[in-house]
Write a protein that binds this ligand. Structure first.
Ligand code: OSB
Ligand code: MG
Length: 374
């Protein structure tokens, strides 16, 4: 049960569209990202502010949501719906949004900002109100597609820095040779792959050949909206399947767990509608003894801080993707430096998500700015 307190009223909001250039272009099977463009939501109550960012891309290349669509939905529908209203706890706000169809990333932006606000109103760290504990989390890295020698250099560099797991992005024609080279050069490394939906069941034999490389799991080999074919594929391969794109709701997670489509789960709070759903998925996975880890979407410090707090829940037993912010950005929009120490990311201390906005950087990075009032 959340602590007893008066309902928290949403008095106002600021919705910004923010752009940050990426230090290194990031290539996955669906394309290359050179910058991060995202909605930043500042939710206000009395003197307090809650922060969250949306994880959708400008184009519907990861899932179906888009930045423009989410900005419009937040500005014209979701924020006016909650503005001037009070909520007894964040789950009540999540429930108010539940009649809407899909748009989980847009909803998550609002729900997560309210969790931050809620935790701050109680003077507690977000991890505490979520039910997590501990001062740091285990993290790995996700390495984008690059020529094999470049990737081998990057693996060596990140293992040297202490990262606890290396995830390699693959696509057809850039898979088995890469894995052979990586496994030969790093026989002991904790390796995984992420296909971002680029294979089909017709590729079962090729995917089964990945069993030879002792991968901890293969992430999202098949379509973004599929569960059934993943269950079939799992009967044909030994490597555990981890689902990412396919899981947008606790119900998706339940179906994947019941059918054996996922032996590992990637939980991205920004993908599943917020912390309420992320916790529900976490609990379902625990009931099925399926380990979970926290994925990332190249977030700025705001989304990164949310991910870190969520990752302190007990079911997050595998290293996540929330690596050092300096790998992504030269200047972040928060004042704190979210950097790993020997493969562990410290939890930002203090109330809520524990980070504060760097207003100068934010101003320079802002593409548009809207105030929403009751
Ligand atoms: O599939 O996990 C993914 C980045 C953008 C879109 C999708 C994915 C990723 C990553 C990188 O793997 C995670 C991160 O470093 O934030
Ligand atoms: Mg993924």
């Amino acid at each position: 049960m959340p602590p007893l307190r008066a309902p928290l009223r949403i008095d106002g909001a600021e919705l910004r569209l923010v752009r940050l250039p990426l230090v290194t272009p990031f290539t996955i099977s669906t394309g290359t990202m050179t910058e991060k463009v995202f909605p930043l939501l500042i939710l206000k109550s009395g003197g307090l502010e809650g922060y969250a960012e949306g994880v959708m891309d400008p184009l519907p290349d990861y899932l179906e949501e888009t930045t423009a669509g989410a900005m419009a939905l937040l500005r014209d529908t979701l924020l006016p719906q909650v503005m001037g209203h009070s909520f007894a706890h964040p789950q009540a706000l999540a429930r108010a949004l539940s009649p809407w169809r899909a748009n989980f990333m847009a909803r998550a932006t609002l729900e997560m900002a309210f969790w931050d606000l809620w935790a701050k109103s109680l003077g507690l760290p977000l991890q505490t109100v979520l039910g997590g504990e501990g001062g740091a989390i285990d993290v790995g890295v996700s390495l984008g597609i690059a020529p094999i020698p470049t990737t081998l250099d990057r693996i060596a560099q990140h293992l040297d820095q202490g990262y606890q797991r290396i995830k390699l992005k693959v696509k057809p024609g850039h898979d088995l040779a890469l894995l052979r080279a990586a496994r030969e050069a790093f026989p002991q490394a904790h390796l995984t792959v992420d296909a971002n939906c680029c294979y089909s069941l017709a590729d079962s034999a090729l995917i089964a050949r990945m069993d030879a490389f002792d991968l901890d799991y293969i992430e999202q080999p098949l379509a973004w909206d599929d569960i059934h074919d993943h269950a079939t594929l799992q009967t044909r391969i030994a490597t555990p399947i981890c689902l990412d794109e396919s899981i947008r709701t606790p119900d998706h997670a339940r179906k994947a767990l019941q059918t054996g489509a996922a032996r590992v789960m990637n939980i991205k709070v920004g993908r599943v509608g917020g912390h309420t759903a992320a916790r529900a998925i976490h609990d379902l996975c625990e009931a099925f003894a399926v380990p979970v880890w926290c994925g990332g979407m190249l977030e700025s410090g705001v989304g990164r801080a949310h991910n870190i707090h969520l990752s302190t829940l007990p079911g997050f037993t595998k290293p996540g993707d929330t690596s050092s912010a300096s790998r992504y950005f030269t200047r972040d929009i928060i004042e704190q430096r979210l950097e790993t120490v020997a493969g562990r990311m410290p939890v930002p201390p203090g109330p809520g998500i524990g980070v504060t906005l760097d207003l100068d950087t934010l101003k320079t990075a802002t593409l548009s700015h809207a105030e929403i009032l009751p």
